[in-house]
Design a protein around this ligand. Sequence first.
Ligand code: PRT
Ligand code: ZN
Length: 225
Amino acid sequence: MSNNNRLRIAIQKGGRLSKDCQELLKQLGVKLNLREQRLIAHSTNMPIDVLRVRDDDIPGLVMDGVCDLGIVGENVLVEVQAERERQGAAFEVNKLSKLDFGYCRLALAWPQELGVQKKSWFEGKRIATTYPEILGQYLKREGINASTVMLTGSVEVAPRAGLADAICDLVSTGATLEANGLMQGDTILESNACLIQNKDLTDQSKLDLINTLMPRLRGVRQAKE
Ligand code: PRT
Ligand code: ZN
């Protein structure tokens, strides 16, 4: 790990949020030397190191103080928070800002040929998802007894493959559901990328740097409105 006095920001290495994260850092004036295979990119003009990791690891890195800041989808943040809270691990973060990218919703879906269904249809059914904690909380809230099947990918093929009756997955355009003959039901969570901070950060030089970046972030967001 590099010098401890440098602000450490975790972003997604490769995936849907990567480009927007890099663009945002650029708009904030953070110059980076991004070489494709490197885990850490050092800023050339500010005391900042950017760690490029899988999005699933970002909340934990910030919660455990390995990184000071992180950019992650609220879907991943909420899921990891629920999992860690249940396990008795640190799960709180300071949410500094919602960001204007990564929008999607976590929604229920089932085979189109079954037509419109009420919530009670889910009773006793099996639902495939990558978000068992968020789904479990929803089912509890709604008083539905259904089981969850954890899948980290290809969730949308689970009903056709006979692995589940329904799914709970991220949707943005709806094209994936449509292509797999699935009908969209209730939205369980709406999500955007967000900027999070370790809640125990006390290093004054890092806090000062964050305080210079935040008005710039507000400026970038206002310019987009
Ligand atoms: O490798 P790593 O673990 O870092 O990446 P990943 O594969 O887990 O995540 P990635 O890159 O797919 O997504 C990163 C984040 O982008 C998610 O956690 C969300 O916060 C956000 N995001 C926004 C989305 C989508 N939109 C999205 N559409 N994440 C996934 N999808 C998938 C969805 O799972 C489904 O397969 O896209 C498909 C649906 O898209 P539509 O447009 O067909 O509806
Ligand atoms: Zn992931």
